[in-house]
Design a protein. Structure first.
Length: 273
């Protein structure tokens, strides 16, 4: 509970930098000095100001594995059409390295209409459908065809809206979902945040419906578990490569690797001896 309260306090601080456009009010349309009655500014000519805390291109422009780790602890924000905002802390990711990676949609450098976003500038969303029903969202990184899958979030704000979206999604369970069940998996994450194919090729640094802001409680290297990816089938050596990353001890992670965690704990104990 103390950590949850700390996160919510940090969330309130982040929101003080409003993500909404700054619109001059009628009171600001006062005459200028010297008898010039033209308005200083007009509500009909509004320039949208970028959220100062929003993560920019420099953050996304890093190698795939580095970006996958750097995402942990950062916050994904989704603004719904009715103005409500959903906030979630990223707690699990997977790296897909592009051409050499046999588990990647861009293996062998293959570029298609479907995976075009993987070859676009870092920070571009790649959204694809699985089983003809569910969606998964990735973010492009440095490297041709390289991208990071967002696997799980820790919900921070808008949980009731997330439940509504999960409930109305196809095949979603009818029962009331617990907090930890809302975004603990790539397709559940997309359902809860209302992310579908319409978000494919959107830029996280420019979009007004979805973006990221920096987290205030970022993990250290000792808090990150590196293990194998999930559901990629038999891809030779790539099946066993530790390219999935998650926050150790976080209950919002989709799948925990207890064996790897025990090995980490043992190494930590030996290093302190």
């Amino acid at each position: 509970m103390p950590r949850k309260r700390k996160l919510l306090a940090q969330l309130s601080a982040l929101q003080s930098n409003s993500s909404f456009p700054q619109i001059d009010t009628v009171e600001n349309l006062s005459p200028t000095t010297g008898g010039d009655c033209s308005p200083k500014s007009s509500k009909y000519f509004v320039t949208e100001k970028k959220n100062p805390s929003q993560l920019d291109t420099d953050f996304f422009n890093q190698p795939c594995v580095s970006l996958a780790k750097s995402f942990l602890g950062q916050i994904l924000v989704r603004k719904l059409p009715d103005g409500r905002e959903l906030w979630g802390r990223i707690v699990e990711t997977e790296a897909y390295l592009g051409g050499e990676d046999e588990a990647s949609h861009s293996k062998g450098g293959r570029q298609t209409q479907r995976n075009a976003a993987m070859f676009m500038r870092p920070g571009t969303l790649y959204v694809y459908q699985i089983y003809g029903i569910y969606f998964c969202v990735n973010v492009s990184s440095q490297g041709e065809g390289a991208a990071v899958l967002l696997r799980s979030l820790e919900p921070l704000q808008g949980l009731d809206a997330m439940r509504e979206l999960r409930r109305t999604s196809r095949k979603a369970p009818a029962k009331l979902l617990k907090d930890w069940q809302l975004c603990n998996g790539p397709s559940r994450l997309c359902q809860a945040f209302g992310i579908d194919k319409a978000f494919d090729q959107r830029d996280l640094t420019r979009d007004t419906d979805i973006w990221m802001v920096p987290g205030q409680d970022l993990p250290g290297e000792q808090d990150v578990v590196a293990t194998t990816r999930i559901g990629i089938g038999n891809r030779g050596e790539w099946t066993q490569k530790p390219l999935r990353f998650y926050l150790r001890g976080n209950k919002f992670v989709s799948v925990v690797d207890k064996k790897t965690e025990r090995e980490m704990a043992a190494r930590g104990h030996l290093s302190c001896g």
